[in-house]
Design a protein around this ligand. Sequence first.
Ligand code: ARG
Length: 411
Amino acid sequence: MTNIIWGGRFKKELDPRVMHFNASLAFDKVLFAHDITGSQAHAKMLARQGLISNPEADLICNGLEVIKQELEKGLLEFDESSEDIHMFVEQLLVSRIGDVGKKLHTGRSRNDQVALDLRLYSRDAGTDIKKLLHDFNEVLGELACVHAQDKIPGYTHLQQAQPIYLGHFFSAYQAMFHRDLGRLHDWHTRMNFSPLGAGALAGSTLPLDREWVAQTLGFNGIIENTLDAVSDRDFVIEFCSVASIIMMHLSRLAEDLILWATQEFGFITLDDAFATGSSLMPNKKNPDVLELVRGKSGRVFGHLMGILTVMKGLPLAYNKDMQEDKECLFDTVNTLVACLEIMTPFLRSVQFNTQLMEQKANSGYLNATAILESLVLKGVPFRDAHHQVGEWVQTAIDKNCSLDEVIKNKL
Ligand code: ARG
């Protein structure tokens, strides 16, 4: 018999190489607080159902609370031989409170436990991200107001197209991030159901109260089907998908601002505190923050593909492949949080060179479409008006003068 938790039917110790390969503690340790919150609710439910006594539940809950506080303060070392955060916490509890600790896992499997922990973790992460996104969108809203009347060239194909207002540009991004907030909200509504009580895959013969645990942990209800409860990672995929869309929006904004910061555009000046220099070229001022935001979108998209690929071939119910869901999710959360945390102060620090923007919007032939439409209002068929204005533009180019000069006396 071995010392390992499933040692009853095993005659040999686990090969240390397998132990290391199998272990997830190095990354799933970030789940410790959520794991403990879930276990405390589970222990209380066991007591309510008469499966353990009230003093036993108290001993377990208090023991877990102390462990949580010590982990929060960094007083404990994570020991990889525990394999994952769930076994680590349980083994620590047993080493402290003795045999009563062995009752905690009654009616539970790590399969429903990890599904619960990951939902609690992502629910909190979603709440934090919503707040950060909301703050970022407020800055966009402020900029949209401040620059409501500042004219800039608008582009299609990155060629000057029609004049717009800088405020209009910021409102566009504000609308995108507003939709992203909606996506996070929808995701939360869909994911906020509790898997606990599904056991390994088939529930339990014990009289568990799944609804009570769900309610206690702030869920809207339980995941009815136990196979679905332990094998569903849609909430991770959907989160990574929403995060990818947010990163795509951030990346587009970063790209616009990188262009605007070039000497060729000169539309914005980067604050010295938010730009970097070159180790070689003394003249350089680089938009590293924006480039990193644009670049980090790649890894978030990669995580979405990663988790989709992990899940696509898995038979029901739980498979160890699903341990690969965590690093995708954690890195997606960390990357998105880091990008939003830097982009909010970054945007506040940018100086907008509105005079130059206006000058560019007034030169070129950006008023051509408006002139065309004034002809249409006078009854000229659209295609004829288009042709006529096109000729005037060509004349202006040939004479190197403005469109207004070409058409004066002609309208
Ligand atoms: N560390 C595992 C994971 O992240 C926990 C669940 C393990 N379950 C099992 N039956 N081996 O998925």
